[in-house]
Design a binder for this molecule. Structure first.
Ligand SMILES: [Zn+2]
Length: 191
């Protein structure tokens, strides 16, 4: 005989408010049984369990594979569960394959990056490509080809930004027109 009594029936809404005690996922499913107590099931990590009337203990019918011995088919308190999960999180990282593959990727040319930044800023401020070109060739040691490339990038970025903000204005204008039409419509109905 178990010293704890499981809640026999609980409402489906419980699932929406419950949080998985194992993976912390926020969508739990309530499973109803005719001949035994209802269970909460986590669709993310697959655990399912009964809940004690006092809410302090849970009874796993499905556990994560690595915690089967510790948790399955007996009542565990929230503390015991936290303890097992804590042990587990210490074990899991060491089993993971190390992801450090060496940081040998070539870093971008800092001078060029600076030129790109400056060019974009100058174009955004309304300077013509000729102005940007002379500013870059005076201050930056870059080839003419690189400078041309940087300027066309800056112009493209600027055009894209303008397009984006134009789009925003159109959306606002369209919204305003719809509101005005609605107001006229309501006024016509009322008057
Ligand atoms: Zn879960």
């Amino acid at each position: 005989m178990s010293q704890y009594i499981a809640i026999n029936r609980f409402p489906d809404t419980w699932g929406m408010n419950a949080r998985c005690p194992v993976c912390k996922s926020r969508t739990m499913k309530v499973i109803h049984f005719d001949s035994s107590a209802d269970q909460l099931q986590c669709p993310v990590c697959g655990v399912s369990f009964e809940v004690e009337e006092k809410g302090e203990h849970i009874f796993f019918t499905q556990t994560p594979l690595d915690l089967e011995i510790q948790l399955k088919h007996h009542w565990v308190s929230r503390q015991e569960l936290a303890h097992e999960l804590g042990n587990r999180s210490q074990v899991v990282p060491s089993q993971q394959i190390p992801l450090e593959k060496g940081n040998n990727q070539p870093k971008g040319n800092p001078l060029r990056a600076e030129a790109v930044r400056r060019a974009r800023k100058l174009v955004e401020l309304g300077n013509s490509p000729a102005v940007v070109r002379s500013a870059l060739s005076e201050s930056m040691q870059l080839t003419d080809y690189a400078i041309e490339e940087i300027i066309s990038d800056a112009v493209n970025v600027h055009k894209m930004k303008q397009k984006e903000s134009n789009k925003k204005y159109w959306v606002i204008a369209a919204g305003a027109i719809v509101i005005v039409i609605l107001i006229i419509f309501v006024l016509v109905l009322v008057l």
